[in-house]
Write a protein that binds this ligand. Structure first.
Ligand SMILES: [Zn+2]
Ligand SMILES: [Zn+2]
Length: 369
């Protein structure tokens, strides 16, 4: 990353048809809303072209190296108040630091950033995000009793962010060798001593006979998701899944108005390796099925990844942190499903009391016998 600052241009399509003020995307809708006069401008979409399609991976990578994106910071002029805000590297939209008006870079207007293919618009607005968070907080096991009450006021700092993700499709062919184990049984004689006398007995003993095997399996994968942002830990992002992909729409930067958004920081080649990692368990499972028998051992395997395809998509989250007892806990709300993933305090005293209560019940039960 270099830290040069280049001028950015704000997207001109954010002006209200009614009064000319700047518009914000309204979560749960397909339109922009004017906070000033209440007018709604619909984001018109091409209804004839609704199918979600991936693009050929190799062609995408070739195209990418021709159009190297710049990851400079950008200074943009707010068209509402005229002041300047610096968008950090990897950020393509944010709010004006002075008047909170939306700042959305325009990919057409000489900006060297790669526009995503699809975007999952915010379904859940800020208030609903806070409600989901509060509900999550109240439902936590072993949380301190006053947690929900103490945290009540601090969740208003929720920030809406679109995070970049890659999705991959691929067909795989895997050649393997290994061994198939089949059980067989033999009868063994053995002796035991009962009351000083020796007795002869027999028992069935299981053995495994191994056969060398080799073969080929085919598996197809769709929509393997890899987070391309480094703003949140991958563990958090993976737990926010599943995403409601039925609601994906063709990318339009107007959906980002009023939200922060980022470009990718994990490049698509790195992402592919992470997606391939996700295929391995299923391929091994398919090989074990193919080997059959009672036990399986997999030797060498070699997988060809064919028909690779990719989508570059934006997914919406509300992210924030709360503090309790002078400690800060981060949490994230999936803004398409309401799923909450967060860090949390644990009340060891409540756990201790719970254990004591169970012990008391057991002791009481024993006394009654
Ligand atoms: Zn207006
Ligand atoms: Zn401003």
């Amino acid at each position: 990353m270099n830290n040069t600052i280049s001028p950015g241009t704000i997207n001109p399509s954010l002006k209200c048809n009614g009064c000319g003020a700047l518009l914000y995307f309204a979560p749960g809708s397909r339109s922009l809303k004017c906070d000033h006069c209440g007018e709604r401008n619909a984001i018109e979409t091409d209804q004839t072209d609704r199918a979600i399609q991936s693009v050929d991976y190799d062609r995408f990578i070739d195209h990418l190296s021709e159009n190297k994106k710049s990851d400079d910071m950008k200074v943009v002029n707010c068209s509402n108040c005229g002041s300047q805000t610096t968008l950090s590297a990897f950020t393509t939209s944010d709010k004006c630091s002075f008047c909170a008006a939306p700042l959305v870079l325009s990919p057409e207007d000489g900006q060297q950033y790669l526009p995503p293919h699809y975007i999952l618009p915010f379904e859940i607005n800020k208030q609903q995000g806070i409600d989901y968070f509060q509900k999550w907080l109240k439902g936590l096991w072993w949380a301190p009793k006053d947690l929900a009450k103490e945290v009540n006021s601090s969740s208003s700092g929720l920030q809406g962010i679109y995070l970049p993700h890659w999705t991959y499709d691929t067909d795989t062919t895997t050649g393997y060798n290994g061994r198939r184990g089949e059980y067989y049984y033999t009868t063994e004689n053995y002796t035991v001593t009962v009351e000083g006398k020796t007795e002869n007995r027999t028992r069935e003993v299981q053995h495994t006979q191994w056969w060398a095997v080799s073969g080929k399996v085919n598996c197809s994968f769709n929509d393997l998701i890899v987070p391309a942002s480094k703003s949140l830990p991958p563990k958090t992002l993976n737990k926010l899944a599943p995403w409601n992909f039925k609601m994906l729409v063709k990318f339009d930067e107007r959906y980002m108005s009023g939200f922060r958004s980022e470009t990718y920081q994990v490049d698509p080649q790195q992402g592919l390796l992470m997606a391939i990692e996700q295929t391995k368990d299923q391929i091994r499972y398919a090989i074990n099925q193919d080997i059959g028998g009672d036990r399986q051992e997999i030797g060498d395997i070699e997988t060809d990844y064919l028909n690779k395809a990719i989508k570059y998509i934006m997914l919406p989250v509300w992210a924030s942190a709360y503090s309790y007892n002078n400690k800060v806990y981060q949490f994230t709300v999936n803004a398409s499903t309401g799923e909450v993933i967060g860090q949390r305090p644990i009340s060891w005293i409540r756990i201790l009391f719970f254990i004591l209560k169970i012990l008391a019940v057991i002791v009481a039960g024993m006394l009654l016998l």
